[in-house]
Design a protein around this ligand. Structure first.
Ligand code: 5CA
Ligand code: ZN
Length: 411
């Protein structure tokens, strides 16, 4: 599947600090140790509605991470999926009287536009579930042969006892898992399963539902195996970072690791699990199912500067849940204008020192709010100092573009 055009990312001189990130599986901020090419899988959208600010916050977080790797001189192999067939898409299609595939194509295209406008560096591999079905089926056949997959009526389920390390990603108790399983796509009540938590691998065709003709019969894949097949095909086992919002810790990333363990007989699936806090609005998590959404495309068509939208989102630390208000945008616009005046002032104000501090802050579990505050301090100083070498401002413009994806316009 086509991703979206890459923004220019300026080269940054000098090397940064070793990146350290919080890892859900160990509960610690630890170094992200990669080879010369860092590898990352981030769970993509289910395209039944437009990109909202929660999605944007998640993808901007991994954009900052990728920019940090690049600034540190690493190559990046970044993979993202599109869940272009799943229950929510079919439910929306019925509710709206539209074709599910038309919705998926349209909303994926809108997502590409939104990511382009926000200057998000695209993944190298952008894969839909549908185009990945042949690969998914091959993995499921392998698990059938090894006895890790069993049949319930016409459907196929994964036997979690095939993953001895199940539970090590979320570190949740079984009681906690059972409590949220049903509301996040699981079916703990279904009769015939060996364990209530065993996840669906393959759903046989029901009347009216789309299905693909495969060696497993007519049907469609379960959600977790979709991401595992795509990740294993393009990154292999034990890639550097598995990313997504914190609503995916369980069951999605826990089940994904379990599938991958059973397929490869190895561990870990990902070496770091990075989870982003939920953006709320009007008292609840912003979610398509609740409908309390602020869309990126809507804000942009209302004339919001995409740089200000970026700045207003990354002003929150990625690990915190927080609530969107329109005041965020006003503050971001003011901040950007002050930075632009400072960059154009031609005053000597220690840009090199500030840029080093910004890189340190971002390397420290992506502390973007601290990075922004440091640039505020630089800008305040720049606006009160005597004129100096003009390239001080240019150095900051380059760093803000490379590290934060924010373009400061000349004033
Ligand atoms: N297609 C699956 C992942 S394989 C999915 O969760 N799709 S989604 O459209 O519901 O979400 C896309 C991404 O945005 C996921 O990483 C999800 O964790 C994240 N996300 C969803 N809602 C929010 C929110 N309110 N705040 C922050 N991130 C969110
Ligand atoms: Zn996923």
């Amino acid at each position: 599947m086509q991703s979206w055009p890459a923004p220019g990312v300026p080269h940054l001189a000098g090397s940064g600090t070793q990146l350290r990130m919080y890892d859900t599986a160990t509960g610690q901020v630890r170094p992200v140790v990669t080879g010369p090419t860092a590898t990352m899988y981030v769970c993509g959208i289910t395209p039944y509605d437009a990109t909202h600010l929660g999605h944007a916050f998640t993808y901007l977080t991994f954009d900052l991470l990728q920019r940090q790797w690049r600034a540190n001189g690493l190559g990046v192999n970044y993979v993202q999926n599109v869940t272009d067939i799943d229950d929510p898409l079919l439910e929306r299609a019925i509710a709206r009287g539209e074709d599910w595939h038309d919705i998926a194509l349209r909303e994926t295209e809108l997502f590409r536009h939104d990511m382009t406008a926000l200057r998000v560096v695209p993944p190298q591999h952008y894969l839909g579930a549908i185009e990945s079905i042949p690969s998914i089926v091959t993995y499921i056949e392998q698990l059938l042969l090894s006895g890790a997959v069993y049949q319930v009526e016409e459907d196929l389920y994964f036997d979690l006892t095939a993953s001895p390390r199940f539970g090590e990603v979320s570190r949740w108790t079984e009681e906690h898992m059972l409590a949220v399983c049903a509301e996040r796509g699981g079916d703990p009540e279904r009769a015939g399963k060996r364990h209530p938590l065993d996840p669906l691998m393959w759903r046989a065709k029901r009347s009216e539902e789309p299905a693909w003709d495969t060696a497993l019969g007519h049907g469609r894949p379960g959600w977790h195996i979709e991401c595992v097949a795509i990740a294993l095909d393009h990154l292999g086992m034990s890639f550097d970072v598995q990313g997504g919002g914190n609503d995916l810790v369980f069951p999605h990333h826990e089940m994904g690791a379990a599938h991958a363990e059973a397929i490869t007989a190895s561990w870990p699936y990902a070496r770091h699990y990075v989870h982003v806090g939920m953006v709320g609005y009007e008292g609840h998590k912003m979610s398509k199912s609740r409908g309390n959404l602020v869309f990126v495309s809507r804000l942009l068509s209302d004339g919001v500067n995409p740089n200000d939208l970026r700045l207003s989102l990354i002003n929150h630390h990625y690990r915190h849940d927080w609530e969107w208000t329109s005041a965020e945008l006003t503050a971001a616009t003011q901040r950007r204008e002050v930075w632009e005046q400072a960059a154009a002032s031609g005053h000597t104000s220690g840009a090199a020192h500030t840029i080093a501090q910004v890189r340190d802050a971002l390397s420290d579990d992506l502390d973007a709010p601290r990075a922004l505050a440091m640039i505020d301090t630089w800008a305040a100083t720049a606006l009160t100092r005597k004129p100096g070498p003009p390239d001080d401002g240019q150095a900051m413009i380059t760093a803000v573009d490379a590290l934060l994806g924010v373009v400061l316009a000349p004033v």
